[in-house]
Design a protein around this ligand. Structure first.
Ligand code: C5P
Length: 316
C-alpha cells in the first residue's frame, strides 16, 4: 500500500457518507492518577495509572477507497499539520490488521474528524488508532475479538488499549495492560488547552532527570473515591507524577493550574504528559464558570467543558 496514501488538507464533512460506511466515535482520556516508576531497559517507564475517558471525541469514518489502497484524510484539528502516511498510528493500525488477518481485497478510505487536542496529553493519536482497529475490523468483517484488538493495540502504543475500553480503568506495565474499575460517579471537567504541544518522550526524559521517583503504586483512596462517586475525595486524590517534569519544561502551567483553582475548581492537574490542564468542578455550572474565566488567561489557548466517565471506541 504505502505509495498511494492520500491526504487532503481541505475541510469536509463526515456526515455525507455512503450507507456502507462505518463510523466510530472515540473519547479523549485524562489520567486521574499517574504513578510513574523508573525507566526500563527498553526505555519505557513502568507505571500505575487510573485512566478516565471524557466526552471530547474524535469521529472516524471507514468507507470504500475505490481501489485496493488505503487512504486517509484529517478534518478539524491538525488537518494541515498531521501526517497521513505510514507514520500515523491510524495507518499503522490498518497495516497491523492486514499483517495479522491477511491482505484484504477492498481498499479502505478513512476520514478522521479531529477534536481531541494534538500532543496535549489526552491520547488523541492513540484514540484514533483504537478507533481504527475497531472500525477497520468491522469494515472488513475480520474475525477479531476485543481481546485480539487489545493485543494489537498494545503493540501500537501504551494508551491504545484504553481507547478501546474507556470508562475508568487501571493501566499497568507501560500503560497498555488495562482493567476496568468500579466508578459510580459522574464528574465535570474543565479542559484548558495550550497553543503548543509537549512531546511525551521529552517529558519522560525530564522526569528521569528530576529523579524523584515515588513508585507505581496507585493510592487506594482514589478507588474509594470513584466507587463512592465522591467528588470531594477525588479532588484530594488526583495525582500526576509527570506534572513537575511538564512544569519544568513549561513553567506557565503552574500559573494556569493556580488560575483554575482560583476560579472555583476543586482541583487541577496536568493531563498525562501535558500541556493540557484539567480541572475538577463540583457541577456543570461551576465548570462553565471556570472555563469562561480560564479562557481569559494569556497562557490558555482555549477551554472545553467535559464530563466523564464515557465509553471507549464505539460504532455509531
Ligand atoms: O507507547 P507510546 O508510543 O505512546 O509512548 C510514547 C513515548 O512515551 C515512548 O517512546 C516513551 O518515550 C514514553 N513512554 C514511557 N513510558 C511509558 C509510556 C510512554 O517512557 N509507560
Amino acid at each position: 500500500m504505502g505509495d498511494e496514501l492520500v491526504g487532503h488538507a481541505n475541510p469536509g464533512t463526515v456526515k455525507a457518507v455512503a450507507p456502507t460506511a462505518i463510523r466510530v466515535r472515540v473519547p479523549a482520556k485524562i489520567n486521574l492518577a499517574l504513578c510513574v516508576g523508573h525507566a526500563r531497559p527498553d526505555g519505557y517507564h513502568e507505571l500505575g495509572t487510573v485512566y478516565h475517558a471524557i466526552n471530547l471525541f474524535d469521529e472516524l469514518t471507514f468507507a470504500e477507497s475505490g481501489s485496493c489502497q488505503t487512504r486517509m484524510r484529517i478534518v478539524g484539528l491538525g488537518q494541515k499539520t498531521l501526517p497521513v502516511d505510514d507514520s500515523n498510528l491510524v495507518i499503522k493500525a490498518v497495516n497491523l490488521l492486514q499483517e495479522t488477518f491477511g491482505p484484504q481485497n477492498r481498499g479502505i478510505s478513512i476520514t478522521v474528524n479531529k477534536k481531541i487536542p494534538i500532543a496535549g496529553g489526552m491520547a488523541g493519536g492513540s484514540a484514533d488508532c483504537a478507533a481504527t482497529l475497531l472500525g477497520a475490523a468491522k469494515f472488513w468483517n475480520l474475525p477479531a475479538s476485543l481481546e485480539d484488538l487489545l493485543e494489537l493495540g498494545a503493540k501500537l502504543g501504551s494508551d491504545v488499549p484504553f481507547g478501546l475500553v474507556g470508562g475508568s480503568a487501571i493501566g499497568s506495565q507501560r500503560g497498555e495492560k488495562v482493567a476496568g474499575i468500579q466508578d459510580n460517579g459522574h464528574y465535570h471537567w474543565v479542559v484548558a488547552l495550550a497553543n503548543r504541544g509537549l512531546s511525551t518522550p521529552s517529558v519522560f526524559k525530564r522526569f528521569d532527570e528530576l529523579d524523584e521517583v515515588v513508585g507505581t503504586q496507585i493510592p487506594q483512596q482514589i478507588f474509594t473515591a470513584l466507587a463512592d462517586g465522591d467528588i470531594q475525595l477525588l479532588a484530594k486524590c488526583l495525582r500526576n507524577d509527570l506534572q513537575p517534569a511538564a512544569i519544568s519544561l513549561r513553567p506557565a502551567l503552574s500559573e494556569v493550574l493556580n488560575a483554575g483553582v482560583a476560579a472555583g475548581a476543586l482541583a487541577g492537574l496536568v493531563s498525562g504528559s501535558g500541556p493540557t490542564c484539567v480541572f475538577l468542578a463540583d457541577s456543570e455550572a461551576v465548570a462553565k464558570k471556570v472555563a469562561a474565566e480560564l479562557v481569559k488567561h494569556p497562557k490558555v489557548w482555549a477551554t472545553e467543558v467535559a464530563s466523564g466517565p464515557v465509553a471507549g471506541a464505539q460504532l455509531i
